[in-house]
Design a protein around this ligand. Structure first.
Ligand SMILES: C[S@@+](CC[C@H](N)C(=O)[O-])C[C@H]1O[C@@H](n2cnc3c(N)ncnc32)[C@H](O)[C@@H]1O
Length: 210
């Protein structure tokens, strides 16, 4: 699997589902107090007006919430379809197409990064490159909030969000393994939240500091 092919497949998949993803997942975000609580902790750490990026922002619901929390929030996503919806639904935030494998932000310019369920599409061998990108663009002491599917194993998702065709690899990871990887790449892990304990698809959120 070449780098280009999985990125291209992921981009095309999320372009296909962008509208239905926004319709289905937007209300789920609004109903999930634990996610908003994690974002509130993140906002308190980075401080009012701080420049932060929501990387793999999808239709931008978390980005808009960061804006409501008083941060200078922007969003990046691989999928132009997702970015089009984010711009339309949340004109108060800046959104750009881009990949977390090669971020366009200058070094040490961000006070924080949120990556909610976007690292799940990055293969193990590429994760260190992505975490080094995060480290590069964060200021010393900058914050990383990473949410992902907890567990082990990878699956190829072939449809989703109302039955639309997709071709996207989904990687589940143990929170302790992700925490070790963060430490290996220059982060201090401060806290973790476990979500959906005992459910089919549990999640985890790690709070880390550069
Ligand atoms: C499961 S969705 C999560 C969206 C949003 N963060 C949320 O919590 O609802 C995964 C998102 O990650 C984006 N994504 C996947 N790989 C990416 C990459 N290499 N760079 C930037 N975004 C990526 C996808 O386009 C998609 O919008």
């Amino acid at each position: 699997m070449s780098t280009d092919s999985w990125l291209d497949d992921t981009r095309a998949s999320y372009d296909t589902v962008a509208a239905s993803y926004a319709d289905i997942v937007g209300p789920m975000f609004d109903a999930e107090a634990h996610l908003r609580a994690a974002l509130a902790v993140f906002a308190e750490h980075v401080g009012p007006g701080a420049p932060v990026a929501d990387i793999g922002c999808g239709p931008g619901h978390a980005t808009a919430h960061l804006h409501r929390l008083g941060l200078n929030a922007s969003g990046i996503d691989l999928s132009p379809g997702m970015i089009g919806i984010a711009r339309r639904n949340h004109p108060e935030c800046a959104f750009e197409v881009g990949s977390m494998t090669d971020l366009a932000y200058p070094a040490e310019t961000l006070a924080g990064i949120v990556a909610f369920w976007s690292l799940i599409h990055i293969p193990d061998e590429t994760l260190p490159q992505v975490l080094q990108q995060f480290r590069r663009v964060l200021r010393p002491g900058g914050r990383l909030l990473a949410g992902f599917h907890a567990g082990t194993g990878s699956t190829l998702k072939t449809e989703g969000y109302g039955g639309h065709p997709m071709k996207v690899h989904v990687h589940r990871r143990e929170p302790d393994a992700v925490a070790d990887l963060l430490r290996d790449n220059g982060f201090t892990v401060e806290a973790q939240t476990l979500l959906g304990i005992g459910e089919r698809l549990p999640g985890a959120i790690l709070h880390a500091r550069r």
